[in-house]
Design a protein around this ligand. Structure first.
Ligand code: NZQ
Ligand code: ZN
Length: 386
């Protein structure tokens, strides 16, 4: 096991009715900017619950943060923060609203030339304006981590940022919010969380027995609850297991002491930036090809995964590993998620070389757990995903 230091300061309020406790978590003198997305919270009652809980505060609102939070829109929110003397941010939404809020938390205190530097400087963010979240969509784990991914349409870029200054002060996780989530987003949430675990697990054996079993238990739980969630999102027992699995998949715990891959996300982000494909679906497109391309270096973990998650007990390591990839694809298909780029766009013939060039330009010359995956490897993997 590798050495590690681990601190996650985010307070979690989990369960039915927890939105009522919002005011206990926010300082009395706070002037709050309530941030939300395209309006789902106004239809499903979450907005009303939040407003009621905040009745003692001065609250300014900023809605309209789109899926894949857009930089130019966030700059408008930044203006509101500055002009209205905001000192606390509250994200009410999924990963996009929460990530947008993290960017604003950093940008509000940023002293450099342009807040876009926060995305390109490759430096951890150590301070931000305090913020909390009310999660409405289990998927990204953003509610309990310090990372954010921001999109800039103008340049077709989607880049990540983060650091110890960007953990939410608190996050409210009420599984009752799941009942209004459309099928497409439920499938996305399961797929994203599942792939987050794979990115931290599908590397090479390190003898980290507990981390492996943490990871496997999240995968097993997602596989077990997926049919129930898709059938009936108001099934509270399934929704609560789904929600907590998504948070645990990316709150840092399972990454401690083990190598991480994350190349699937890096390639996937480009597919969203280029074609607007939902984040989770880009992962389902790339992951199977990535595991086939890197088969030799990942086959031991692939075989362990096939055995422990999918009960593939017969065959050689190679046979089990191959079955593990096939089972993963079948799982994504069972959620209604397509796994080929050509099923999402006709404009794919140059995608591999575009991704490769972008990685080269950014100096991303060694991705993956061995830091050896070159831009030309990424090109081939993306081509295998056509
Ligand atoms: O905008 P509204 O109207 O709220 O509708 C949203 C949106 O259209 C809807 N929705 C959310 N909660 C709902 C609901 N509809 C009905 N009922 C509810 N309770 O769902 C749609 C998608 O929302 P979004 O926030 O975009 O989805 P998700 O949570 O999957 O977030 C995706 C974003 O997170 C980034 C992705 O790249 C993408 O930009 N990620 C962030 C990560 C992180 N910070 O750690 C890690 C991930 O790997 C990922 O990259
Ligand atoms: Zn993801």
């Amino acid at each position: 096991m590798k050495n590690f230091q681990f601190k996650n300061p985010t307070k979690i309020l989990f369960g039915k009715g927890q939105i009522e406790n919002l005011s206990k978590e926010i300082p009395e003198n706070a002037k709050i900017l309530l941030l939300y997305g395209g309006g789902s919270i106004k239809k499903n009652g979450i907005y009303d619950q939040v407003k009621k809980a905040l009745s003692a505060y001065e609250v300014v609102e900023f809605g309209g943060i789109p899926a894949n939070p857009e930089y130019s829109i966030l700059l408008k929110a930044l203006q509101v923060i500055k002009e209205d003397g905001i000192n606390f941010l509250l994200a009410v939404g999924g990963g996009s609203v929460i990530d947008g809020t993290k960017f604003l938390s950093a940008a509000a205190l940023y002293k450099g030339d342009s807040p876009w530097d926060l995305l390109t400087a490759n430096k951890p963010t150590t301070e931000g304006m305090p913020f909390g979240t009310v999660l409405t969509l289990p998927a990204t784990g953003s509610e309990m981590n310090s990372g954010a991914v921001i999109t800039r349409k103008e340049t077709k870029e989607k880049l990540a940022m983060g650091g110890p200054g960007l953990f939410p002060f608190f996050s409210i996780l009420d599984p009752e919010v799941v009942k209004s989530i459309p099928q497409r987003q439920l499938a996305n949430g399961i797929t994203d969380a599942y792939t987050h675990v794979l990115e931290q697990y599908m590397t090479y054996p390190t003898g980290a027995l507990l981390q492996d079993r943490f990871a496997e238990s999240i995968l097993q739980t997602l596989v077990e609850v997926a049919p129930a969630i898709l059938k009936d999102p108001s099934d509270y027992a399934a929704a609560s297991n789904f929600m907590w699995s998504c948070t645990m998949a990316l709150n840092g715990l399972i990454q401690q002491g083990v190598p991480g891959d994350w190349a699937v996300h890096m390639m996937g982000h480009e597919l969203t930036a280029l074609y607007g494909i939902d984040h989770a679906r880009t992962l389902a497109i790339v992951a199977p090809s990535h595991y086939r391309y890197n088969f030799d270096s990942k086959k031991e973990k692939l075989a362990q995964y096939a055995e422990r998650i999918w009960n593939v007990v017969d065959g050689t390591v190679e046979e089990k590993a191959k079955a593990g990839i096939e089972k993963t694809e079948e799982f994504f298909h069972s959620l209604g998620i397509k796994t080929k780029l050509s099923e999402y766009t006709d404009d794919y013939s140059e995608t591999g070389s575009i991704v490769s060039k972008r990685f080269t330009d950014r100096g991303w010359t060694g991705l993956g757990e061995h830091k050896t995956l070159s831009p030309s490897d990424a090109e081939k993997i993306v081509e295998m995903s056509y």
